[in-house]
Design a protein around this ligand. Structure first.
Ligand code: GDP
Ligand code: MG
Length: 370
């Protein structure tokens, strides 16, 4: 059921909370400022205090913002979005760096690579692959907890000289819980004490059966240090993506997820957004969580300004009025008024949840009347 705190109700009416409490007291209800009352009671109070009530349900505000993918027409293939997971020191960061380097054509844009939280490369087979450049289970679970599904494929990195370790198992658990397919990268095979076969055997104990052992999970021996096997890994990712038959409609208004966001001193709020459906363009009005803005500039992973970004493309978005949070879902809306309605509603909800958490720790009626 819909509820509201007395404080919030008072705020919205621009009345004093104490007057709301007094009114409720006359009705025989004792409340303190942080108490939550139901929508009917709130409406009664508001009308009694001379206000017109317009009840807005979550469904009204959020409706139509995110269509189900099934209703999409004009589907076309989109690149896979890949997250690298694995035990600490097994080479996640090194692999991300090595993959990116092999793909940056020397001399291109001065070879400038910019960290924006995600990047796109081209596999030797010609297909594009998007990597989320923030390895780690925390990011993965945080996004999932917020309802954002961004990863299509997990690359599980296991160091050949160390084998399956606790965070390897954790990564397997996360990927399975999310229903995301795994590809195994047996890393550090350049090391003298590397033992890839042991990794394969250990994975068996966690019901990961790799191809060379008769299973379905693709595995690649790689070295982030020498670059060995990286092309094979990229090809494998493209093949896996083709099996998954990943599609999106580029012809609709954009939807996506915030991968990273920060407040930049010169540029203001900067959000790295992974576009998941539709095409994001400069000039679009976007909402992300409780923030909105008009897209002033889009900057790709090479630091270049672009006019638009389609499905699976990560871009920095400039123009937000506030800094959204990683994991916030992004949608383009038709007007500033609509953007305000949605974000004001969400901001209120956020405040109410925070106040409700404060609960009994809040001020009492007695405090209010002092
Ligand atoms: P992360 O914690 O999983 O991100 O691991 P890092 O990428 O930080 O790598 C941990 C250490 O392993 C660093 O000292 C890397 O230089 C080293 N390392 C990573 N990949 C390789 C590799 O393929 N071969 C060798 N010899 N060392 C590697
Ligand atoms: Mg790292």
């Amino acid at each position: 059921p819909e509820t509201i705190t007395i404080q919030e109700l008072a705020n919205r009416m621009s009345e004093r909370a104490v007057d709301v409490i007094k009114f409720l007291m006359k009705q025989g209800q004792m409340h303190k400022i942080t108490d939550v009352i139901d929508a009917d009671t709130a409406q009664l109070v508001a009308e009694e205090l001379g206000h017109t009530v317009k009840r807005v349900a979550e469904s009204d505000v959020e409706e139509g913002l995110f269509d189900t993918p099934d209703t999409d027409e004009n589907l076309s293939a989109r690149p896979p979005v890949v997250t690298i997971m694995g035990h600490v020191d097994h080479g996640k960061t090194s692999l991300l760096d090595a993959i990116r380097k092999t793909n940056v054509v020397s001399g291109e844009a001065g070879g400038i690579t910019q960290h924006i939280g995600a990047y796109q490369v081209t596999s030797p087979l010609g297909g594009k692959i998007t990597f989320i450049d923030t390895p780690g289970h925390a990011a993965f679970t945080a996004m999932r907890a917020r309802g954002a599904k961004v990863t299509d494929i997990v690359v599980l990195v296991v160091a050949a000289d160390d084998g399956v370790m606790p965070q390897t198992v954790e990564a397997i658990t996360h990927a399975q819980a999310a229903g995301v397919p795994l590809i195994v990268a047996i890393n550090k095979v350049d090391k003298p004490d590397a033992n890839p076969q042991r990794v394969r055997t250990e994975l068996l104990q966690h019901s990961i059966v790799v191809e060379s052992m008769g299973g379905e999970t693709l595995e690649f021996e790689v070295s982030a240090k020498t670059g060995q096997g990286l092309d094979d890994l990229l090809e494998g990712l493209q093949l896996q993506a083709e099996i998954l038959d990943l599609k999106a409609n580029p012809e609709r208004s954009a939807e996506g997820t915030v991968i990273e966001a920060k407040l930049d001193r010169g540029r203001g709020p900067v959000a790295t957004v992974l576009v998941q459906r539709g095409t994001l363009r400069t000039g679009d009005i976007v909402v992300a969580g409780a923030e909105w803005g008009r897209v002033r500039a889009l900057i790709n992973d090479l630091g270049a300004n672009v006019k638009e970004a389609g499905p699976s493309v990560p871009v920095e978005v400039l123009g937000f009025n506030g800094t959204p949070e990683a994991g916030d879902r992004v949608a383009v809306v038709e007007s500033e008024a609509r953007a305000r309605e949605i974000t004001e509603y969400r901001a209120r909800q956020k405040r109410e949840r925070a106040t409700a958490r404060m609960g009994s720790a809040g001020r009492t009626l007695v405090d209010m009347m002092r």
